[in-house]
Design a protein around this ligand. Structure first.
Ligand SMILES: NC(=O)c1ccc[n+]([C@@H]2O[C@H](COP(=O)([O-])OP(=O)(O)OC[C@H]3O[C@@H](n4cnc5c(N)ncnc54)[C@H](O)[C@@H]3O)[C@@H](O)[C@H]2O)c1
Length: 375
C-alpha cells in the first residue's frame, strides 16, 4: 500500500506522524512511504534521514495526497486539505469530528474512509484511549515545567524554585484531576521534591495512582472545601480535569483567586475557556500567560507541540501498529479484526460511524460494530 505523510499545516503544529526509525516497518511489509519534503523538520528530522530509512521524498503536499492510498497524519483535516479527500482514500489522524461540523461534512461528502486516532481504544482500563493518554501525559509534564519557568524571578515570578531545597519549606503543588495529564504533572512535580496533592472525585483513580507515586504525593477528594484549602496554601494549582463543556458553574471562581498567596499561579492544562477555572482563556505558545486578580495564568491549549520531538516519537510508536494493520490487511479486514481500531471509525464511504458525532450533530449514523460486520 502507498502510505502518505504530509507536513502538518495547523498553526504551531510541529509534530509529524512517522519518525524515520518506523519507516522500515512499512517497507518490510512491501509498502511504500511517501513523505512531503520538510514534514519532519518541526521535530528535528531531516529529509535525508527519511530517505535513508527508505521513504520517498515528495516536493509538495499535493503529490503526497494524490499518491497515497493511506494518508497518515496527526491533526484534523483543515480547509486547504479538503480538496484532496476522495473515495478511494483511507485517512488515519486525530479528527475530533464532534467539534468540527464542516470537516465531518467534507469527510462524508468525499466518500473517504476516516479513522479517528483519538477514539482508538484499548483493553487497559487505566488507558482506555491510548493515543490521547500519552499526549495528555506530556501536556501535564509540560504544565509543571511551565510553572517551574514562570516561578523564576527572571521570568516575572517571585523566584521560588519548585524543588526540595534544604533550609526552606517544600513548595506545595495542587493538581486537580488524577487522569493522564494530572498524573503526568504529578510525576515531575514530585520528582523535584515538591509537596504534591492530587485531587479527584474518582477514588479508584486515586487509589490506583497512590500505588506507584512516592510519599510526597497525597490524594484528596475534590470538593469545594478542599479546593479552597488548596488555593490558600499552594504555590501552584494545576488544573487537569476533564470538564463537561455543558456546565456553566466553575470549580475555581474569580473571587477565589483572592485567597491565593502572592506569587502563586494557575496552570490550566485542561484549558476550557471559562470552564473549571472561571478566569481561564486559552493562550498560545507565542503569548502563553496573563494575570487575573494578580495571579499568573498559563493556559496554552497545545502544550505537547512544545515538545514536538518527544510527541512525534510517542505518536508514531503508539499509532504505528494500527497503521501497519490497515496497510497489511486492507482497511476492511483490519476493521473487522480489531475492535479498538473499529472504535475510531468515523466515516466509511459516506456513512457516519462515530456515534457521539451523530448524536451531537443530529445526523444519521451507524453503530460501527454492526456496520463493519456487514461489509
Ligand atoms: N493543554 C493541552 O495541551 C492539553 C493536552 C492534552 C489534554 N488536555 C486536556 O486536559 C484535560 C484532561 O485530560 P486527561 O487526559 O487527563 O483526562 P482524564 O479523563 O484522563 O482525567 C480527567 C480526570 O478529571 C477528573 N475529574 C472530573 N471532575 C472532577 C472534579 N470535579 N474534581 C477533580 N477531578 C475531576 C476525572 O475523574 C478524571 O480522573 C482534557 O480536557 C484534555 O482535553 C490539554
Amino acid at each position: 500500500m502507498k502510505i502518505g505523510i504530509v507536513k502538518e499545516i495547523k498553526n504551531s503544529e510541529n509534530r509529524v506522524a512517522i519518525i524515520p526509525s518506523n519507516v522500515p516497518e512499512f517497507i518490510a511489509g512491501g509498502h511504500q512511504v511517501y513523505i512531503e519534503t520538510g514534514a519532519g523538520e518541526g521535530s528535528g528530522y531531516t529529509d535525508e534521514e527519511y530517505r535513508e530509512a527508505g521513504a520517498i521524498i515528495c516536493p509538495d503536499a499535493e503529490t503526497v495526497w494524490t499518491t497515497a492510498e493511506l494518508l497518515y497524519k496527526v491533526k484534523e483535516i483543515l480547509p486547504p486539505e479538503y480538496k484532496y479527500l476522495r473515495d478511494d482514500l483511507v485517512i488515519m489522524t486525530y479528527i475530533h469530528s464532534n467539534s468540527h461540523r464542516e470537516q465531518t461534512d467534507k469527510l462524508l461528502e468525499s466518500g473517504c474512509v476516516a479513522i479517528a486516532l483519538e477514539d482508538v481504544s484499548s483493553d487497559d482500563p487505566m488507558k482506555r484511549w491510548p493515543l490521547v493518554a500519552n499526549m495528555g501525559e506530556l501536556a501535564g509534564k509540560g504544565g509543571f515545567l511551565a510553572a517551574l519557568y514562570y516561578a523564576q524571578s527572571v521570568h516575572g515570578g517571585q523566584g521560588l524554585l519548585l524543588a526540595n531545597v534544604a533550609g526552606d519549606d517544600q513548595p506545595i503543588i495542587s493538581i486537580i484531576g488524577c487522569g493522564y495529564t494530572g498524573k503526568g504533572a504529578a510525576e515531575l512535580a514530585s520528582a523535584f521534591g515538591n509537596k504534591v496533592r492530587v485531587m479527584d472525585v474518582n477514588f479508584k483513580a486515586m487509589e490506583e495512582a497512590k500505588k506507584y507515586f512516592p510519599p510526597n504525593v497525597s490524594f484528596m477528594y475534590s470538593n469545594r472545601a478542599n479546593i479552597l484549602k488548596c488555593l490558600k496554601d499552594s504555590d501552584v494549582v494545576i488544573n487537569c480535569i476533564l470538564w463537561d463543556k455543558t456546565r456553566t458553574d466553575h470549580l475555581i471562581y474569580r473571587e477565589d483567586l483572592k485567597l491565593m498567596k502572592k506569587g502563586a499561579m494557575i496552570i490550566d492544562v485542561a484549558c476550557d475557556d471559562e470552564g473549571a477555572v472561571e478566569t481561564c482563556r486559552s493562550t498560545t505558545h507565542e503569548d502563553p500567560v496573563f494575570y487575573e486578580e494578580g495571579i499568573l495564568h498559563y493556559c496554552v491549549d497545545n502544550i505537547p507541540s512544545a515538545f514536538s520531538r518527544t510527541s512525534s516519537v510517542r505518536f508514531s510508536n503508539d499509532s504505528l501498529p494500527f497503521a501497519l494493520e490497515v496497510a497489511d490487511k486492507g482497511v476492511v479486514q483490519a476493521l473487522k479484526d480489531n475492535k479498538h481500531l473499529r472504535r475510531g471509525l468515523t466515516a466509511y464511504h459516506g456513512t457516519l460511524t462515530m456515534v457521539e458525532t451523530g448524536i451531537k450533530q443530529n445526523r444519521p449514523y451507524e453503530e460501527p460494530d454492526e456496520f463493519v460486520k456487514n461489509l
